[in-house]
Write a protein that binds this ligand. Structure first.
Ligand SMILES: [Zn+2]
Length: 232
């Protein structure tokens, strides 16, 4: 029976080959979403192996955080950009799942402890969510929640303003643009908890700061940040 299933799977793959979300090469049968070669070569920060990392400086004097980590370096025209683009704009939500699995493997290999008690991701405004039909961080967060056995709360923070794209704005206007765009809802669920706040790409940190501040308004919370990629 297994042989028949393997045969059918191979036949399906030959007819409708799945491509690597980073390099577009045809995936081997045992591969999913990202090919083994890309998994090996992706630009990992490896920040989980050092006690302090360059990302911490971004929030100095702005936001009290316990830990901050980013899995990949983001550069233009890189494999990371291709992955993020596929995840964000082409509906390839499996990229989020795969990156979460890679991250969990790295933490496990490094025997890194998981001090977090709840997972929250940066929300999209409801209009953008309707347009895109998904939040690019949801599947990533859900996979971490599953692997680390932590609750994932998707409605603790609400985005109250649909601010325009951040990418073409200057650093200063980005900061101005994100002030007070989030509001807290159902805060009691994270009371006294160490919350892991998740986003896709860390650039200036303005969005994460605004969102993180709302989380820290809840009594007894501690905050850590994790992103799939960073431009630092
Ligand atoms: Zn590849």
């Amino acid at each position: 029976m297994n042989k028949i299933l393997d045969y059918l799977r191979a036949l399906f793959q030959l007819t409708f080959p799945s491509l690597c979300a980073a390099c577009k090469q045809v995936l081997a049968l045992q591969e999913s979403c990202i090919c083994s070669s890309c998994i090996f070569k992706l630009p990992y920060t490896n920040f989980h192996q050092i006690s302090s990392n360059p990302l911490e400086k971004i929030f100095w004097g702005r936001l009290k955080i316990e830990e901050i980590y980013s899995l990949l370096y983001f550069e233009k025209a890189s494999k990371t950009q291709e992955l993020m683009h596929n995840l964000k704009y082409r509906g390839e939500q499996d990229v989020g799942v795969k990156l979460a699995q890679i991250l969990c493997d790295k933490f496990k290999e490094a025997k890194r402890s998981i001090p977090y008690e709840a997972i929250v991701c940066v929300p999209l405004h409801k209009q953008k969510l309707k347009l895109r039909s998904y939040n690019q961080c949801t599947r990533f967060s859900q996979e971490l929640s599953k692997q680390w056995k932590l609750p994932f709360y998707s409605e603790i923070i609400i985005r109250t303003q649909n601010n325009s794209s951040q990418t073409k704005k200057s650093r200063l206007s980005r900061w101005e643009n994100v002030e007070q765009i989030f509001c807290l809802k159902n805060g009691e669920k994270i009371k006294e908890k160490h919350v892991l706040l998740i986003d896709d790409i860390l650039t200036t940190g303005a969005t994460l700061e605004a969102c993180g501040k709302e989380i820290l308004l809840v009594e007894g919370t501690k905050l850590s940040i994790l992103t799939m990629a960073c431009t630092v």
